[in-house]
Every structure is written in C-alpha cells, then in structure tokens.
Design a protein around this ligand. Structure first.
Ligand code: CP
Ligand code: NVA
Length: 308
C-alpha cells in the first residue's frame, strides 16, 4: 500500500514548497484516494480554516478531505472572530496553532501568509493569496495527468489574466518540465519574480513563453486553461479589464487552433461569455468538473502527508 511521505517543508505556501518527487507523490496518493484504493485515518486531527475571501470549492473540499481522513475542521469566519477586528497575525497564529494541527489560509498578501507561517507552530497551507493558488495547481496537474497519463510533450496554454492561478501553473510547469504558454494583455503579465524563478528551474528555458498573442499561444496546445479576468479584491477594475481583455475569451475560434484532442480547464468560478463562452465551457472537451472534484483528492493527499 502507498504510504504518505513526510514533506521536507513544514508549510505549503507556494508551489515550490514541494520537490518534484513530492509533487508526483501527492498526485499518486490523490489518484489512490480517488479510486478508493487508499484509506487513511488520522485520529482527532483538526484543520483550522481562515478565509479572508469567499470560497466554495477550497473550503468544502478541505472540509470533506478532513472528514474522510477521520479528522475535523474549524471554520474561522474573520468577521465573527477577532481576526476581523485586527488582532495581529502573530498573536492569532500562536493561539490557533495551539488548538489546531494545521491551518489553511486564504488571504490577500503572500507576506501575511508568511507571517502566519513564521508565528504558527503548526503547518500552514496556502488556500489562495493574490500571488499563488498552489492547492488549485495540484488538482490541475492531477487532471492533466488523468487525461494524458504523463506530462511528456503536454503543452498547457493559459489565456487571460497573469494572476495567482497563472503564477502557480508557471511554477508547477517549471517543476514538472511542462511547456507552459501564458497569453495575457500587455500590462497583465504574471509576477515577474515568479517568472524569473521558473526560468531558473526549467532545464529547457524554451518551455515557458509569456505572450500577448492568444492566437499563437493556442497553436497545437493540449490544455487550454482560463480564469476570471478580475480576481477577488480587483472588483473595481472589472469594467476596465473587460475592455482590455477583449480577444482573450476561450471560444470556438481559439479552440479550433489547439490540438484536436485538447481539453479545457477553468479553476472556477467562471464568468461565461467573458473569459470563456458557454459553448466551450459545456463542451465535451471540458474537464472543468473533474478538475473541481480533484481539489478534494489532491488536498486529502496533501493533508495526509502534512499530518502524518
Ligand atoms: N477554485 C477555487 O479556489 O474556488 P473557490 O474560490 O470556490 O474556493
Ligand atoms: N484568480 C481567482 C481565482 C479564484 C479561485 C481569484 O483570485 O479570485
């Protein structure tokens, strides 16, 4: 039976907090959980959830994952706890890590997440920040592996905003050696520090391409991925971005230029007829709901490594 290995890093703040071997191990565990080939019971472990932003998938998949592992979750609503009143992170982290065995945090600044990690005696998981969404990327690459069996020669094209989801895809692509092309409007490129980090990791530097040309970025691609144009916290940019992102919708025309067996991914929630047409969202090429389901299996795998 496959046993979860202890990860070298205490925390999972970034996609780069796992080695390539650890990343593949988590995907293998996740597959086993999904196929019901693996059952792990961690007695009385508690996951604390601190979500400064809304969530459906991440929150519920963490709750169900803990339940399946024989543990439980405490959902700390910032508006009804002292977090919303501005209790310093260093105090909250020191208190909660005396009650909980692990904390999953969704917040704005990556530096705030790092502050939690600095003061918490227990592991911290990034449940999304403005910079990264590493739990999402685990499920994304699990879904890609389900489809193509391995990552050899897979071309992943992300069309849209160079946001947290794009950043995590770039870092995982570098780790796995997957060709990643990002097509975004000028001025909306992914984080330049993370791009530099990715180039340092890629053995073949040609495998990462950042472009402003969606039509060339999709040529022959195996996976077309998109996300909302305005992320949580950017609501005031919505109107402006909708103008700038004209031409960056995944539609029939863009899909026709990709590989004929290309699949479509979206981390959800989606705005139909903005970043993706309803026709493509609902098409036979879509693996969007498998991808959403895989959040559960991937996080169950991650937790089983972190909590053992
Ligand atoms: N994809 C994702 O993280 O969804 P939620 O915002 O619903 O958690
Ligand atoms: N980029 C999106 C992802 C939501 C899961 C956001 O940060 O709002």
């Amino acid at each position: 039976m496959l046993n979860p290995i202890k990860l070298a890093s205490k925390n999972f703040l970034s996609s780069l907090d796992t080695s390539l071997e650890e990343f593949l191990h988590i995907l293998e565990l996740a597959k086993n959980f999904k196929n019901k080939d693996l059952s792990i019971k961690l007695q009385e472990k508690v996951l604390g959830l601190i979500f400064d932003k809304s969530s459906t998938r991440t929150r519920v998949s963490f709750q169900v994952a803990m339940s399946r592992l024989g543990g439980t979750t405490v959902d700390l609503n910032p508006t009804t706890s002292q977090i919303g009143r501005g209790e310093p992170i260093r105090d909250t982290a020191r208190v909660l890590s005396r009650y909980c065995d692990v904390l999953a945090i969704r917040t704005f600044k990556q530096t705030d997440l790092e502050e939690y990690a600095k003061w918490s005696s227990k592991p911290i998981i990034n449940a999304l920040t403005d910079l990264e969404h590493p739990c999402q990327a685990l499920a994304d690459f699990m879904t890609i592996k389900e489809e193509f069996l391995d990552f050899n020669d897979v071309v992943l094209t992300f069309i849209g905003d160079g946001n947290n989801v794009a950043n995590s895809l770039i870092l995982c692509g570098a780790l796995l050696g997957v060709e990643v092309r990002i097509a975004c409007p000028k001025g909306y490129e992914p984080n330049s520090l993370l791009i530099d980090k990715a180039y340092e990791i890629y053995e073949n530097k040609n495998l990462l391409k950042i472009t402003n040309e969606p039509n060339t970025a999709v040529l022959g691609a195996n996976v077309l991925y998109t996300d909302v144009w305005s992320s949580m916290g950017e609501e005031n940019q919505k109107d402006e971005k909708e103008k700038v992102f004209n031409g960056f919708t995944i539609d029939r025309d863009l899909v026709s230029k990709a590989d004929k067996d290309a699949i479509i991914l979206h981390c959800l929630p989606a705005y139909r007829s903005k970043e993706i047409t309803d026709e493509i969202f609902e098409s036979h090429k879509s693996r969007i709901f498998d991808q959403a389901e895989n959040r559960l299996h991937a996080q169950q795998a991650l937790l089983s490594c972190i909590l053992q």
